[in-house]
Design a protein around this ligand. Structure first.
Ligand code: FE2
Length: 436
């Protein structure tokens, strides 16, 4: 069974990554940052977690305001370093932990935290700035991560109370994971700072000290504060410290803090602390009940023949091919595919199996592989195949036989729009044209 072996809270200001990249460890201005993180490095070495749940925010790098989510869980195989302007830092990508992420995602949703999920997107300084100080990472990072991103830059944002509750749910999620894993929970953010407007440069070291006291001893009090109260005390952007409540909520009420430090070199109070939960027996009965709760929603669906629920597992496996087909919504990608499909396959780095499935228009095989139906209808629209052709092919029937089962056997349609080439099936006299 998985166990939470401890928590870490840390600021994530880019100054931390800058100090590391420029190797400022002997520079008196920057040296205190290295000293803040030395005990964290040691703690991670000693505890050797098998995975880290890493809570932070994205700074409108990988997630823009065209689609902004309060809670976003990463379930990919790997996460690259984001380019925040001027190229990415010279760090290797960090491995994800898809199985743990899928379980945590399912458990949090079962506990009514309706997350969004991502893969194939890089992560910015919210994660990599402090992480580069926490562990050696060349040629590769030693510990896989499950990133949980909090959308706190566009109001409305989750409340401090919601973050603490999410932490409680995160603990239930981790402790119900059936494999033996040592899991550390890291939250980044703050401490006091404001980076915009006439109030830019605001800091409050007294509040930062009080916050570090409260997060250890009285997280309930922190959970009762509003965003405006956090901003008043710690600056508007400093209100991101509510992310620490997720880590804190995943730990018992009483914790030991073997390391805590603070340094304010420039814009942001760099606070760092380790939270040790001690050894507490996991409630096995509660863990079993949580697993049953997770399974409840889909229990029985496995008996539905010819039905393939689109799970995170399928999404992960089929991502490259789904993405290739999804890109057909863009006119230039569509044109390239129509003119030279082999070049389009190559550009998308599809595997031989994936290319073969598309070449043969193997509608059923595509579904079995992990493609969601709504990508099939996009492909159908581009190559002039109606939805009904696809449904019939998936069933292993001729179009005519399948049409006989419909109330209006002559009804054919697709999602092709005004720019599509003439669809042969939509021309009088050619309705019986076979597309498979
Ligand atoms: Fe931030």
């Amino acid at each position: 069974m998985a166990r939470i072996i401890g928590g870490i809270g840390t600021a994530h200001t880019p100054t931390i990554g800058f100090a590391f990249d420029k190797d400022k460890r002997e520079d008196p201005v920057w040296k205190p940052i290295f000293e803040l993180f030395a005990p964290v490095q040691q703690w991670l070495r000693d505890k050797a977690p098998d995975a880290i749940v890493y809570i932070c925010n994205d700074h409108v790098t990988s997630f823009f305001f065209d689609h902004y989510s309060p809670f976003t869980l990463g379930f990919g195989e790997s996460f690259a370093v984001a380019d925040e302007g001027g190229g990415p830092r010279g760090l290797p990508p960090v491995s994800g932990h898809p199985k743990l992420a899928q379980h945590i995602g399912a458990s949090l949703v079962a506990d009514e935290f309706d997350l969004s999920f991502f893969q194939g997107r890089p992560l910015d300084h919210g994660l990599f700035s402090p992480m580069s100080m926490m562990m050696p990472h060349q040629p590769r990072w030693p510990i896989p991560i499950v990133p949980l991103l909090i959308g706190n830059l566009q109001l409305p944002i989750p409340s401090a109370r919601r973050c603490l509750k999410l932490g409680h749910a995160l603990r239930r999620a981790i402790e119900s994971y059936p494999e033996d894993l040592k899991v550390a929970v890291i939250s980044t953010g703050g401490l006091s700072h404001q980076v915009h407007g006439e109030r830019a440069g605001f800091n409050n070291p007294e509040w930062d000290k009080e916050f570090l006291d409260l997060i250890e001893k009285d997280p309930e009090r922190l959970a009762s504060m509003t965003a405006a109260e956090y901003a008043t005390l710690g600056g508007w952007e400093g209100a991101e410290v509510i992310m620490w409540l997720i880590m804190r909520g995943a730990l018992p009420a009483s914790v030991r803090v073997p390391h805590r430090g603070y340094y304010l070199p420039s814009m942001t109070g760099i606070g760092v602390a380790i939270f040790d939960p001690g050894i507490e027996a996991i409630d096995q009965r509660a863990a079993q009940l949580q697993r049953e709760k997770i399974a409840r929603e889909t229990a029985g669906a496995e008996a539905l023949a010819g039905t393939y629920p689109y799970t995170l597992e399928r999404s992960l496996k089929g991502y490259r091919l789904n993405k290739f087909l999804h890109d057909l919504i863009y006119p230039d990608r569509r044109a390239r595919f129509v003119q030279d499909p082999e070049a389009a396959f190559e550009a998308a780095e599809l595997t031989d199996e994936e290319r073969d499935l598309v070449r043969r228009r193997d509608w059923r095989g595509l579904i079995h592989y992990g493609v969601i139906f709504f990508m099939l209808e996009k492909l159908g629209a581009v190559i002039g195949v109606s939805n009904l052709h696809i449904y019939a092919a998936m069933r292993g029937q001729s179009l005519e036989d399948f049409q006989k089962t419909r109330n209006a056997p002559g009804a054919l349609y697709s999602v092709a729009g005004k720019d599509a080439a003439p669809q042969a099936w939509d021309r009088p006299g050619e309705r019986a044209a076979k597309a498979d």
